[in-house]
Design a binder for this molecule. Structure first.
Ligand code: GDP
Ligand code: CA
Length: 328
């Protein structure tokens, strides 16, 4: 069975780890999982290319993640960052541990030799044993893309655009945002295998990743949205909102910025042209109808098992929709 998922960082990675757990324990059929990762968060720091969402997916699925943080490496040290700070090197608002630095050094070395990001990601996936797990991790595109946030200037009323990471990490999304601008997205082409993975999947899953700055960016890669509309696979999504609020991060601020209701119905509306099934939290007031199958489940990923239950419910919904569609 072929499953394809679109994913950002922490929310996507935890959900997909749960999906693998579910598949291992309760799915008799072998599963090939293709993950299409957001690269809009990518940033160049100290001359190194950092891909926060891809790295969170690698470390989480590969078993090297810092559990408490949800990003970065377990058992990490920070000698390099300490020395850079002593030198006065900027920026100092983005935490990079020593082991994590090695990923960025290696990635930058390969990119510098002209290797596309997808091939670099394949190398990194081998380091983390993703192949043995039946997982193929693809960046959404090999074209460098960067999400920027247009914010009001410091008192002078002049607008300026800052990198998404600076807005999110340094300013904790508290700097009023005018809009998101994704540099390079209109000229981006899907990475090799991305469109095929959507078209040839048995089920497509949207984890509870940020609908604006994770999933929304992937959907903006020319061709991806059309592939989702055209695929014969059912597309099932999981709401990132529990109790009417994002579980972590600032998805509510992102939704407000693009003028969309901070509700599961609002998020589903962003996917309305291709979404077939939608998991919402038990207490969610999301109304049924409009051809969308809504299923209510506890949606808090408090443990790998809880995430596995959620992912199992999403997969079951997808398989049920697929069986209903199949010609008799
Ligand atoms: P990021 O790139 O690291 O911000 O991660 P993602 O975009 O993949 O996921 C962020 C989203 O995951 C946030 O909007 C959260 O609301 C959502 N999220 C995180 N943990 C949970 C959880 O336990 N349950 C649900 N339903 N959503 C979650
Ligand atoms: Ca992210």
């Amino acid at each position: 069975m072929r499953i394809t998922a679109l994913a950002g960082g922490v929310g996507g990675a935890r959900f997909l780890r749960g999906l693998l757990h579910h598949v291992r324990t309760s799915q008799p059929e072998p599963v090939e999982l293709t993950v299409i990762g957001n690269t809009g968060d990518d940033i160049t720091l100290f001359g190194l290319r950092v891909c926060p969402d891809i790295d969170t997916l690698l470390y989480t699925l590969g078993g090297g993640i810092h559990e408490g943080q949800g990003w970065g490496r377990a058992d990490e040290t920070h000698s390099l960052a300490g020395e850079l700070a002593a030198l006065g090197a900027e920026p100092q608002w983005f935490t990079l541990g020593d082991k994590d630095f090695a990923t960025h050094v290696y990635r930058s070395q390969l990119l510098g030799r002209g290797m596309p990001l997808s091939a670099v990601t394949e190398r990194l996936s081998a380091r983390w044993g993703l192949g043995e797990l039946g997982v193929t991790l693809l960046p959404m595109t090999d074209t460098p893309v960067e999400t920027h946030v247009v914010v009001a200037g410091d008192g002078d009323g002049e607008q300026r655009a800052i990198h998404f990471q600076e807005w999110w990490v340094r300013h904790r999304a508290e700097l009023p945002a005018e809009r998101f601008v994704v540099a390079g997205l209109d000229r981006a082409t899907p990475a090799p295998g991305v469109l095929e993975a959507i078209r040839e999947a048995d089920v497509v899953i949207l984890p509870p990743s940020n609908p604006v700055v994770s999933i929304g960016i992937i959907l903006g890669v020319p061709g991806v949205r059309d592939a989702l509309r055209g695929t014969r696979a059912p597309v099932v999504g999981v709401s990132p909102l529990v109790g009417g609020r994002p579980v972590r991060g600032h998805a509510d601020v992102c939704l407000r910025t693009i003028g969309v209701d901070e509700t599961s119905a609002g998020v589903a509306g962003l996917y309305a042209d291709f979404l077939d099934g939608w998991l919402v939290d038990e207490e969610d007031p999301m109304p049924d109808g409009r051809g969308l199958q809504v299923v209510r489940r506890p949606l808090l990923m408090s443990s790998v098992e809880a995430a596995a239950d959620m992912a199992g419910a999403a997969l079951d919904l997808g398989l049920r929709l697929r069986a209903e569609r199949a010609p008799a």
